[in-house]
Design a protein around this ligand. Structure first.
Ligand SMILES: [Zn+2]
Length: 182
């Protein structure tokens, strides 16, 4: 069963001006029912996605991703704004890959600003316990696929491979925290 969001946007504006964000597609094999834990996870994810998105547009921060730290992987960092990440997150197609894992990844972001982005959430993401951590992971993914990343991170073309894969974790997580105003 696929639950497809008819608007095609992951976040929609509510009457009070805040945004409401949710998973677009719950992708399941066959007719298996969601477990109670999976249903709870969807509710938790949607809540934290909504909080992260509203925080990004409220804070309106500009940060440098990987200032100093990227030197280790041959890069001097790039600038990005909270609104650019928010736009990426509003437009990305969010799929919960029910019952699936992808190595030890919690989520992956594919595509970029030219092709459109797709955020996939794996079962491993259910292990994220602190709600704040979930927000940080979502914003980290939201940096992927932006124009600023594509233009500013020379390692972009080898995304998914070493040293990018290991080297980007901390600087992206740090940037995500700062974009959230933490
Ligand atoms: Zn990443």
């Amino acid at each position: 069963m696929n639950l497809v969001d008819p608007t095609g946007l992951s976040c929609t504006e509510t009457q009070n001006g805040d945004y409401d964000c949710k998973i677009d597609i719950v992708s399941q094999d066959g007719n298996k029912k969601l477990t109670k834990e999976q249903k709870q996870f969807i509710a938790k994810f949607n809540k934290e996605y909504t909080k992260a998105f509203n925080n990004l547009i409220k804070e309106r921060k500009n940060v440098t991703v990987g200032q100093n730290e990227f030197d280790k992987v041959g890069d001097s960092g790039f600038d990005i704004s909270g609104s650019e990440v928010a736009i990426n997150l509003i437009e990305t197609k969010v799929t919960y890959e029910v019952g699936k894992t992808y190595g030890d990844a919690l989520m992956t972001m594919a595509g970029d600003d030219r092709t459109g982005t797709q955020l996939r959430i794996y079962e491993t993401a259910r292990s994220i316990e602190r709600p704040g951590d979930l927000q940080e992971h979502i914003v980290h993914e939201g940096i992927h696929g932006t124009r600023s990343e594509r233009m500013g991170n020379p390692l972009y073309i080898i995304q998914g491979q070493s040293p990018y894969s290991d080297g980007h974790q901390k600087p992206y997580n740090d940037a995500a925290r700062r974009l959230l105003g933490k």
